[in-house]
Each structure stands twice: as C-alpha cells, then as structure tokens.
Design a protein around this ligand. Structure first.
Ligand code: GLC
Length: 420
C-alpha cells in the first residue's frame, strides 16, 4: 500500500476521540468542528464506514432546538481554546459555540451514499438523520434570510470557515472593539504568530461574539442586530449545493419539501445577479453597511461546486479560474497573489487549503475533466511532499499551521482513492 495512504488513515485514527475526530492532534483545536467533521467523515468512508456515520451522528447530536448545528462542539470541558465553552456559554446537550459553519455535511452524506451504491431501502434507514439535517437547512432560510431576499447571511467571519480572509477586511474595520475586552489567546503560542490572524482581528472576533452572547443567541434578533452581516458567495454556493443535495436525499426517502425547492430557485437566481460578467467574478454583499465586497478569493469559485444552472457563468468561471493565479507553483492560493491583501503565510490570506482544492475538484469533474484532474494530481503531489499540514505556501509549498491535520488527511485519501 502507498505509504501516504497508510499515514493518512493513521492520522485520522490518532485524532479520533470517542465517536468524533479532532481537527489535529495538537492543542490548537481541542473540540469537534462542524465542516471539519464532514470532510473527516468522507475520509473515513474510504476505509471505515461506521466511523463516517458516527462522526456525523456525533456532530448532529449537538443540534440546537431551533435547528442550528453549531460550528464547535465542546464534548470535553477543555479550557485550552479561546473562546472556550465557558466563554460561549451555550449549547443544548453538548456545550457549543453559538454560531455555525458551511453545511457541507449534506453534500458529503450524498457522496457517501452514492459511492456506496446504497439502495433506497438502505438510505431510508438514515431517515431520522436526514430529517434533522433538513431542519438545519430550514434554520438558515428562516433566520439567516428573514426577509426572504434569496441570499443567506453569515453573522461572524468564523461562520464562513475562512476566518481572516481579506473578504471581511472592510466590514471588520467598522467594528469598534469593546472596551475592557479580556481574553487570552493560545493559538499564536502553538503556531508561529506570522501564520495566524492578527490581534486586531481577534479583538473584533471576540467583540462580535460577546455581542451575540448578550442577545442570548436569539436567532430572531441576530440577523438584524449583529455587528457583522455579510452575504458571502462562497458560503451561499456551499448552501445552494446543500439544498440541491437535500432535495435529492428527500426524494430517496420518498419525501419532498416545497420550501427547499422554492429556495433553490430563489437562491440560484439571486446569486446569478451577483455575477459581474465583465470582470468574470462574483461580488459579495455587506448587508450591515450596505456595500459590495470584491476580493479575488478562491471561494468565489465555489459556485462551480453548486452546479449552477447557467452554462455561460460556469464557462466564465472556469476560464477565470485557469487565469486566477498562474504565477505560483502550488495551487490554489486562497487569495490571488497579485492582490494587495495577499500574504503568503497568514492563514486564509494567501495559503493553499486542501479543502478548497477538493471543493473545486468536485465542481469541475463534471464540467472540465482535464482541469479537474490537474487539480487532483497537484493537490496529491503537494500533500505527498509536505505531509498533512493545515495549509501551505503557494510559492514554496512550505507546510504551515497545524501538523497531522485531519481534513487534509481525509481529503487526500478521498482524492487519491476516487478519481473519475
Ligand atoms: C479554523 C478554520 C476553520 C476550521 C477550524 C478547525 O478556525 O478557519 O475553517 O474549521 O479552524 O480546523
């Protein structure tokens, strides 16, 4: 067996705790994260299906009464993370954060079922799980687009999963840091400071979080009151794909849902309007400050994953992705390296992330097989050379952030063992 495949499996197993998996085995992220767990479940499906479903079931066990699945579940009362479970002070059966993350678990569940060639009867056994996830998607529609504009908002940069992306710079610069702010960061003692978000970013993250907490995380209020309210195209692309995959899963269990079907059409039509055909890119919207955000972020291409029913946009996106960053050896930098906000080593401001490459590969494999295959091979080469790091330099391939990073190992396995 290829030794990297063996190591990838070992990495996941070593990071596994009781029925869920840490993002890494170091002290950096001592809990269960929402979209990490979805990627991890996909990795397991390549060698231990039982672990895949356990991972997802444990994640869903943290669902709130209103339907939200939080971005972090603190199964163990560990204080080695900022903000820790006490600082969030919420959660139902499991202590959790009070915000969410991209609902990519829906799309991953569909991939697992399809790969396993599950019959309708076998899928029906998962009906309770599918219906719980459906409630999660309905929660987004109800509370993150209360005016039914067709676009879903995120209320904290952490909800995107790309925490300190330059996408948020303008909106974040408007946030007045709370006086008497008190918290102790640990992340920048574990990973080199130059690879982590700045102090000013953290001050603002904690300020927004404290404000959400003051409102008791009441979903009815947060959309209107949060200090941060952004429609991000990357997030909406993952959401649109999740809706389409939920529609598919519901059909498998002989159910349909008209509100999900309606929202697919509405969301898709509104997203199309955010496309600038001259610049061949999407613009994002700052709802709180009523302005547009145009940043050359790799996440704007997540729309390829959503299988937009618009060939001309899909073609433009592929053309533009091919030109996105030709200068660098390793693809894809999270921000185009020619842009002024690009930073080679700082977290989501430039480095290559394997989950982004995986999302783009999935989006391209039914649209441009050759390009998809290039992405697959280059991603595998990078990981084989530099091991399972959290992120990498697009220039030198240098591995950065956490070591033994679970989603890198999981998605490496998935790309390695499933070419199309
Ligand atoms: C960071 C990342 C986020 C990830 C988490 C755990 O916060 O930005 O995407 O889910 O770490 O790996």
């Amino acid at each position: 067996m290829n030794c990297t495949i063996k190591e990838a499996k070992k990495t996941l197993i070593n990071n596994r705790r009781l029925n869920y998996t840490l993002p890494t085995n170091t002290k950096l992220y001592p809990a269960q994260w929402n979209w990490d767990s979805a990627f991890i479940a996909l990795g397991y499906s390549n060698f231990n299906l039982n672990y895949s479903f356990k991972e997802l079931e444990t994640l869903i066990s943290g669902q709130w009464d209103d339907g939200m699945i939080p971005h972090i579940l603190f199964h163990i009362k560990d204080l080695n993370y900022t903000p820790n479970y006490k600082a969030w002070n919420c959660g139902k059966k499991v202590s959790s954060s009070g915000i969410t993350q991209p609902p990519i678990l829906v799309s991953i569940l569909r991939i697992i079922f399809e790969r396993q060639k599950f019959s309708k009867k076998e899928i029906k056994k998962f009906q309770p799980l599918i219906l719980k996830i459906k409630r999660y998607l309905e929660w987004f529609i109800r509370y993150r687009d209360p005016k039914r504009t067709g676009l879903i908002s995120i209320l904290h940069p952490w909800e995107s999963g790309y925490d300190n992306s330059p996408l948020w710079d303008k909106s974040m610069s408007k946030i007045k840091i709370e006086s008497n702010l008190s918290y102790k960061r640990k992340d920048n003692k574990i990973v080199e400071k130059s690879q982590r978000p700045l102090k000013i970013d953290y001050d603002r993250y904690v300020t927004i979080k404290n404000h959400l907490k003051e409102m008791n995380y009441d979903p009815k209020k947060l959309y209107f009151k949060s200090k941060f309210n952004v429609v991000d195209v990357g997030f909406n692309s993952l959401f649109l794909k999740a809706l389409k995959d939920m529609d598919f899963l519901l059909r498998c269990i002989d159910k349909t849902n008209s509100s999900i079907k309606k929202y697919i059409l509405l969301n898709e039509s509104k997203l199309i309007k955010l496309f600038d055909s001259k610049k061949m890119t999407f613009k994002n919207k700052d709802i709180r400050n009523n302005s547009s955000i145009v940043i050359p972020s790799i996440t704007n291409f997540f729309m390829l994953f959503a299988d937009l029913n618009n060939n001309s946009i899909n073609k433009s996106l592929i053309k533009s992705l091919k030109r996105y960053d030709k200068n660098n050896k390793y693809l894809f930098p999270s921000i185009n390296s020619k842009h002024k906000s690009f930073e080679e080593k700082r977290y989501w401001r430039g480095p290559v992330w394997v989950n982004c490459n995986w999302i783009l590969y999935q989006g391209l494999k039914n649209k441009d097989k050759k390009f998809a295959e290039t992405i697959r091979k280059k991603t595998l080469n990078l990981v084989e050379k530099k091991k399972f790091r959290e992120y990498y330099s697009c220039r030198s391939g240098l591995g950065m952030g956490a070591k033994n990073f679970s989603w890198t190992a999981a998605l490496y396995l998935d790309l390695k063992l499933n070419s199309y």
